[in-house]
Design a protein around this ligand. Structure first.
Ligand code: ZN
Length: 343
């Protein structure tokens, strides 16, 4: 599928309706059970798609409405992982979390998201994105008692192949851990990512960010200094990789914007929406970020996006931000048509 010029998209998650899960909360438990929960999840996906189409978003996400969390939503369907007896560990080198334990060989007894993907495909003729946890972020959200080595757990490739076969246009691996463990990214992180996408014929993306606007992340960001140059370590590696697209944080960020110039040859999903703020951007705010990014990324490779997922935000704020994203991209598109700049 060919994407439109400055095709807008989102990092992944959207707030869930309050009848499905408690709003403005990560890991929020479901309010429904059994068949009612299945139906509720599908209805929430319908609403997410409607919200995005109304906002003029071009590459849609199902808003992660069928999952409680972007990592565990996948892992809890795997075998070899104990979700009952959790272990407290430091994750992302930043905060303590109770995580499941790897107690045996990890396997995927059946497809995890294929059915959700097929349902999502039936709702729209637009391009669709589906998110999966990246390999490094997945192991960073586990306590390993079996493999004894972080790079050994490989369980994403078959799932990615099946999502592609279900009609998904972009499969995005979320790798916030890539902003933390630079040596490991170099040693095995990018290679593991490439193995996860092996044979996949749709586009593949990786999302690397500074996290949701939650307290632990905000405190961590205060320690990062004036300029956030973490991307400088990973982007050159990704530029050489087989990954097609990189989704990054940009709006209101301390990331020096010229770092996106390190992603030559890749599609760049530029974060034009600050997910750590309740203030809804204006279309002009979004347009300004896009114009700034156009100095470093050719127009046919630039995709305006959100900085990260929006699950912790109030629903009306998320809707407003998406509408600003759609309208801001439309403003710049008009300028490019009127006075095209060389790509
Ligand atoms: Zn993110």
């Amino acid at each position: 599928m060919k994407f439109p010029l400055l095709g807008t998209t989102l990092a992944g998650s959207l707030p869930k309706p309050s009848w499905l899960a408690e709003p403005e909360k990560l890991w929020s438990p479901w309010k429904l059970e059994g068949a009612a929960l299945d139906e509720g999840k599908r209805d929430a996906v319908r609403l997410a798609v409607a919200m995005e189409e109304k906002a003029g978003i071009d590459i849609l996400s199902e808003g992660e409405q069928t999952r409680r969390h972007f990592v565990n939503g996948y892992m809890e369907k795997l075998e070899g992982i104990d979700f009952k007896n959790l272990k407290t560990v430091r994750i992302r080198n930043r905060y303590d979390a109770n995580v499941p334990r790897v107690v045996g060989p990890v396997s995927r007894p059946k497809p995890v998201h294929s059915e959700d993907a097929r349902f999502f495909r039936s709702l729209s003729t637009k391009a669709l994105k589906f998110t999966l946890p990246g390999p490094m972020t997945m192991v960073d959200t586990l306590y390993d008692e079996y493999y004894g080595s972080r790079e050994k757990l490989e369980i994403l490739n078959q799932e990615a192949l099946e999502l592609c076969a279900a009609g998904i246009d972009v499969i995005q691996f979320d790798e916030p851990a890539f902003n933390v463990y630079f040596d490991e990214v170099r040693e095995w992180g990018v290679a593991a990512l490439e193995r996860a996408r092996r044979g996949v014929t749709c586009k593949t993306a990786v999302h690397i960010c500074y996290g949701y606007g939650i307290e632990a992340n905000n405190a961590w960001k205060k320690t990062l200094g004036e300029e956030w140059r973490q991307y400088e370590q990973t982007f050159p590696l990704l530029a050489k990789s087989s990954i097609d697209q990189v989704s990054l944080e940009c709006a209101n960020s301390h990331v020096p914007i010229e770092l996106i110039g390190l992603l030559q040859g890749k599609d760049v999903l530029v974060g034009c929406i600050d997910v750590a703020s309740l203030k809804v951007e204006t279309p002009e705010d979004v347009a300004r970020t896009i114009r700034a990014a156009l100095k470093y990324v050719p127009q046919e490779r630039l995709f305006p996006c959100t900085n990260c997922g929006m699950v912790p935000l109030p629903r009306d704020v998320a809707a407003g931000k998406l509408a600003a994203l759609g309208a801001g991209a439309a403003l710049v598109r008009k300028e490019l048509v009127q006075s095209p700049v060389a790509g």
